[in-house]
Design a protein around this ligand. Structure first.
Ligand code: UDP
Length: 357
């Protein structure tokens, strides 16, 4: 079986790492990096830390509007697909790279396998939701991370091409999360210089378009963290670097440590050692859940409702007061509840493509 895998963004490198390692045992994989994330700490570092094979094609496409990025990617990916003629196109998640690749392949009649299918926010105001819905609609094989994802697809009459395989993010977490010791994690401060991880800390990530498009929202989130009883580590996504730096200086924020993005081994180590987590990232919400850490998601809707049981993950408005209240809600952990599979999603993903090839 010959598979062209298209990735472009940080969470896709993580999922592709575990699947690639299984896939390449018996099959041929051609890896395409669109270039959507290109900074060393958002891309190369992941390939090194997770031993992801070097991309066969690096398209170098990033920036511009959603349409510009998606259109340029479609054109370049079409050429790759035409010259490689794979049995499958394999895509992950919900980025512009996902949608561009799926559209290019579907029009060439190349079967599309979509991993992390069926995740739904139920709002078209969110750019990732548009990518998810369109990719699922034209996909050939829809592989879901949870039973709930499968039910969502059944409601959209896509159940006949959908299979629950589990979450490759959980596979990755099981394999990699203990590879770093917190004492060895070094943070690169945005203010300059290297800083150690404090003994007690909160972990913050925030980069969704909805939370970073103006000053007010991000400032509320920073003020919430500023009021806590320990510093917060905040690796800043390049998307809101300037705004975060400006707000921190203007408002004399002293307890939020702004850093360069960290690698996956460092990020999962921070998850496992943090007091609590505040995020708007789909991946980080799930990692908090895997690690049994209390999480507050600053977002109006739940894309992973599975994590929301027993106050393990609560939604908060982008308001300092609400974030603080939600952080104080005590979580109840049910050890028997494993909605993200058994940590062997990668094997099932490869098997599902084999069956359908
Ligand atoms: N992550 C990372 N370094 C960071 C921040 C996050 O490695 O500085 C990891 C995090 O642990 C999770 C993934 O990146 O595995 C989430 O990616 P992101 O938030 O970019 O995307 P989303 O999950 O929201 O689609």
């Amino acid at each position: 079986m010959k598979v062209v895998t298209v990735v472009g963004a940080r969470p896709q490198f993580i999922k592709a790492a575990v699947v690639s390692h299984v896939l390449r045992k018996n099959h041929t994989e051609i890896l395409v990096h669109t270039g959507q994330h290109f900074d060393r700490n958002m891309s190369e570092l992941f390939f090194e830390e997770m031993d992801i094979p070097k991309p066969d094609y690096n398209l170098g496409i990033s920036g511009g509007t959603h349409a510009q990025m998606t259109g340029r990617m479609m054109i370049a990916i079409e050429e790759v697909l035409q010259s490689e003629s794979p049995d499958w196109l394999l895509v992950y998640g919900d980025t512009n790279s996902t949608l561009a690749a799926a559209l290019a392949a579907a029009k060439l009649h190349i079967p599309v396998c979509h991993v992390e299918a069926g995740a739904r926010l139920h709002s078209l105001n969110n750019p990732e939701e548009i990518n998810r819905i369109c990719t699922d609609r034209i996909g050939t094989l829809l592989l879901t991370s949870t039973e709930n994802g499968l039910n969502e697809l059944k409601k959209e009459n896509l159940g006949d091409r959908s299979v629950f395989v589990g979450d490759p993010m959980y596979d990755a977490f099981r394999i990699y999360s203990e590879k770093r010791n917190i004492r060895d994690v070094r943070l690169e401060s945005l203010a300059g210089g290297e800083i150690p991880v404090p003994d007690k800390f909160y972990y913050l990530t925030c980069h969704r378009e909805e939370n970073t498009k103006d000053d007010i929202t991000l400032l509320e989130i920073l003020m919430a963290m500023e009021s806590l009883d320990a510093p917060a580590i905040y690796p800043v996504h390049p998307r809101n670097r300037e705004r975060a730096l400006k707000l921190a200086v203007e408002n004399r924020i002293s307890k939020v440590v702004l850093t360069e993005p960290v690698g996956y081994l460092e990020s999962t180590c921070l998850v496992c050692n943090a007091e609590k987590i505040v995020t708007d990232s789909g991946g980080l919400q799930r990692e908090a859940f895997f690690a049994g850490k209390k999480c507050v998601t600053v977002f109006p809707l739940a894309v992973w409702p599975e994590t929301m049981v027993g106050h393990r993950n609560d939604l908060a408005k982008p308001e300092a007061k609400d974030i603080i209240v939600k952080l104080s809600l005590k979580q109840e952990i049910d050890g028997g509840y494993h909605p993200f599979g058994d940590g062997h999603a990668a094997e099932r993903i490869v098997a599902a493509m084999m069956k359908g090839a």
